[in-house]
Design a protein around this ligand. Sequence first.
Ligand code: THU
Length: 138
Amino acid sequence: MTNEDLIAAAREAARHSWSPYSDYAVGAALLFDDGAVVTGTNIENASYGLALCAETVAVAKAMAEGRRGGLVSVAVVGPEDKGDGAPITPCGRCRQVLNEIAQLGATDPEILCVGGDEVRTVQLSALLPHAFGPAHLD
Ligand code: THU
C-alpha cells in the first residue's frame, strides 16, 4: 500500500460524504500495521453542530471493529476546488481522536494532508504536541 493508494482510498471514501450544508466533502483513510485500510467520510446533520468529521468516522469504525493501535498512517483529502488547493489538515477534535488510537498502540502516525497539487506529510505528534491521552488516566 503506497501513499498514493492510501490517498486514493480517502478520495474514494469522500464520494459517500453527506455534506449538503457545507458542500465540503472530506475523505479519510487509516492504514494499519497489518495492511488493513479503514476509511471514513464526513457526515453532517440538519442540526449543523452535530457534524462528524471524516477522520473521526474512520477511527470510530476501526475501533468498533476492535482495533486498538497499529495505526501507521492516515490520508485526509478535501475538495480540490476550495481553499486555494492548500492541503487540508485534521481539525483539533480529530487530532485528539486520532491520538487515542495512536497512543493505544504507541505509534506516531504520518498524516498525509492532501491539497490540490501538494501533499503535506506531518507526524501526528507535530499536529498535537504534548497530547493528553489514555496513559494520563492510568
Ligand atoms: N471536516 C472533516 O471531515 N475533517 C476535518 O478535519 C475538517 C473538517 C468536515 C466537517 C464538516 O462536515 C466539513 O468538513 C466542513 O467543516
